[in-house]
Design a protein around this ligand. Structure first.
Ligand SMILES: C[S@@+](CC[C@H](N)C(=O)[O-])C[C@H]1O[C@@H](n2cnc3c(N)ncnc32)[C@H](O)[C@@H]1O
Length: 313
């Protein structure tokens, strides 16, 4: 692990309120984003005709704009993704972790779905933006409703030092796709995986995978959204390299969900209307990993993929 890894520092409600008194905006990766003082929320849930996903191909052309969700953090994931995964793989009161939370989409869903949550980001201003997105009153007036605990930290996904071993019920996270989109300016880049060379990025992702494995309870799920790119017209399989890293630390692959991509700057807008001799990339992968319950569980999995035995495991 790189020596210069930031320790987790909790960013409390009080820290956020002080920040909000002095700042009207945050600037992340050169993009200025307004901090809302009073959210005008029209609805707390997806459209009533929306049905949860039940196949391995997902597509959300409208992204989702309920509660405080806005598509204005570059590379944020559609709230439909954490919503689907949280409802399938966790229960009310469980602890959900997003250790690269960006604008806090996962945490907003956790608040709405009554899951406790921990959010971490290496970019201090992203943590403040996430807190801003969580700064709304929600009480569905149901007798069984219990307000969840949501904690935010400024920290590094490669070193989750404030999170105990096997204390998390579900990990949902969305790492940078190597350096396709950068999330900070050079001066505060310490630890930002989106600033690294591809090899260093993969080393960093190995630390992320190991930490994910450590903090997750046995038998529980860790899901990541990850995509690929092109360099010099060639396809760079970032997702499959990251998949391998997660398998190498001991995770079992439970699902590979293809997520169709809409409004992707690098593939659709930039090249639209011009002719190229390659296809525009318009999918990403949601890899759903399971931490084995014990060695017996892992061995059972190994037998089910015998053809891997001599190569990977
Ligand atoms: C793809 S964005 C996540 C977007 C998020 N899902 C959302 O909906 O807003 C990736 C995030 O990873 C953060 N990041 C990069 N390197 C990190 C690291 N070492 N530890 C924690 N966060 C990191 C970036 O600051 C960025 O906010």
């Amino acid at each position: 692990m790189e020596k210069n890894v930031r320790e987790m520092i909790e960013i409390t409600e009080e820290d956020y309120k002080k920040f909000l008194m002095k700042n009207e905006f945050v600037t992340i990766g050169g993009v200025k984003i307004k901090l809302e003082k009073n959210w005008n929320i029209k609805t707390f849930s997806p459209p009533s005709d929306y049905k949860l996903e039940n196949t391995t191909v997902w597509s959300f052309p409208d992204r989702g704009s309920w509660a405080t969700h806005k598509g204005n953090y570059r590379g944020n994931w559609s709230p439909y993704i954490p919503r689907n995964l949280m409802l399938k793989y966790s229960n009310k009161g469980d602890w959900v972790l997003d250790q690269m939370m960006g604008s806090g989409t996962t945490l907003v869903e956790a608040k709405l779905l009554e899951r406790n949550a921990i959010g971490v980001d290496v970019n201090y201003e992203a943590v403040m933006l996430a807190r801003n997105r969580l700064d709304f009153y929600y009480n569905p007036l149901l007798p069984e409703y219990k307000e969840p605990i949501i904690k935010t930290f400024w920290g590094d996904a490669r070193k989750l030092d404030k999170i105990k071993n096997e204390s998390i019920d579900l990990i949902l996270t969305h790492p940078p796709y190597a350096n396709i989109i950068t999330y900070s300016k050079k001066k505060n880049m310490i630890g930002d995986l989106s600033y690294l060379s591809f090899n260093d990025y993969l080393k960093g992702m190995k630390d992320v995978a190991q930490e994910s494995f450590r903090v997750l309870k046995p038998g529980k799920i860790c899901a990541i959204l990850i995509g690929d790119t092109r360099k010099f017209k060639h396809y760079v399989p970032i997702a499959f390299r990251v998949l391998q890293v997660f398998l190498d630390v001991g995770f079992i692959l439970q699902e590979d969900i293809i997520k169709l991509q809409w409004n992707m700057k690098a593939t659709r807008e930039k090249w639209r209307g011009r002719k190229y001799d390659f296809y525009l990339i318009s999918h990403e992968h949601i890899f759903v990993f399971r931490k084995p319950i014990d060695d017996k569980d892992f061995r059972k999995y190994k037998f089910s993929v015998k053809w891997w035995e001599n190569n990977v495991i």
